[in-house]
Design a protein around this ligand. Structure first.
Ligand code: FAD
Length: 294
């Protein structure tokens, strides 16, 4: 099999990686685990490149660490590492759950959360888990390094404001859930045939007794980009963690999206029913988890 790049680089520092990208002036591309990029290249969906720059070998970016209130995940960290990390399991359950449903073990052993976010697909599971947690990404370019909300990086299906020919998503982070917070994720999939998600959803709730004081909801695919469902989350704040409130949040979410029928996924009606069914369930799970740790 012939590759459609000329050189494969494994830089050990961010500076060296940026230097290679700069030298190739847009004709090189960053790669993580390659579980999306290589598949697309082999299908001829990507134009030939002068160089591939592997971000997974950069020193210090292959681990998960606690920094101030945050858990910080390097761009070389695989889904398998996230799923098994005790801190993520304790402080970011919906992220562990969402990375845990990605592909099979081989894909999870290789694919990274950074690649999932940088690829900007509307149904990226890890991305949806990160969004509910209010996740942020660090982007390094020749101009410097900046943190930004992950939700602001998506421009359209597969389109990110991160220029993957010139910039590197170096780290991801989210604030550790406190003892009175909980999160949850659920994906509805066809049980057989094409492994396309029908709908994936994640939630994070902060509680003061029975009252919700902060909320995050994300879902996809419900449009061109992974959706941070602000209107549905806002309606919950100040109210009780009740079935009625959770059903209202599902209604508000549905009022703000226009679901499509897809022959590969499901009918719009079925997908609507899945949101009405499972969003209240994972909201209740997040509330229960918050209670369990307070
Ligand atoms: C069989 C199979 C099953 C899959 N199942 C699922 C699934 O269930 N759910 C799901 O969400 N995904 C799934 N995927 C897609 C894929 O595995 C994930 O999206 C994975 O997280 C991609 O990460 P990666 O490191 O392999 O990205 P790569 O393929 O290396 O890169 C993906 C994109 O991100 C860019 N990129 C990667 N890393 C960086 C970085 N650090 N900085 C800047 N740009 C970067 C690349 O240029 C490319 O555009 C599946 C893939 C396969 C092959």
């Amino acid at each position: 099999m012939t590759s459609n790049w000329q050189n494969y680089y494994t830089p050990g520092t961010v500076a060296a990686a940026l230097d290679i990208l700069q030298r190739h002036e847009g004709r090189a591309r960053v790669i993580g685990g390659g579980t999306d990029l290589l598949v697309e290249s082999r299908r001829g969906l990507r134009r030939p490149l002068e160089a591939i720059v592997d971000a997974t070998r950069i020193e210090g970016l292959d681990s998960i660490s606690a920094e101030d209130d945050y858990l910080v995940i390097g761009c070389g960290v695989t889904h398998t590492t996230i799923v098994n990390d005790p801190q993520i399991l304790r402080y970011g359950q919906c992220l562990a759950q969402s990375c845990g449903v990605i592909g099979g073990p081989q894909v999870r052993n290789t694919g990274t959360l950074a690649g999932n976010v940088a690829h900007a697909l509307p149904a990226g599971d890890g991305t949806i888990g990160l969004l509910a947690l209010g996740g942020e990404v660090e982007v390094a370019s020749a101009a410097g390094t900046r943190w930004m909300p992950a939700k602001d990086t998506f421009e359209g299906p597969g389109r990110s404001i991160i220029d993957r020919h010139r910039e590197i998503l170096t780290r991801l982070r989210f604030k550790r859930t406190a003892a009175n917070e909980g999160s949850a994720f659920h994906r509805v999939m066809r049980p057989q045939g094409l492994c396309l998600p029908i709908i994936s959803m994640a939630t994070r709730l902060k509680m003061d007794g029975d009252i919700i004081t902060a909320a995050g909801i994300s879902m996809g695919p419900v449009g061109p980009v992974p959706w941070f469902a602000e209107p549905a989350a806002e309606i919950l704040v100040g109210g009780p963690a009740s079935e009625e409130q959770f059903n209202t949040a599902a209604n508000v979410a549905l009022e703000n999206i226009s679901l499509r029928t897809s022959k590969y996924r499901a009918t719009a009606e079925y997908r609507e029913t899945m949101i009405r069914t499972y969003l209240p369930i994972i909201l209740a799970t997040a509330a229960r988890r918050a209670g369990a740790r307070s």
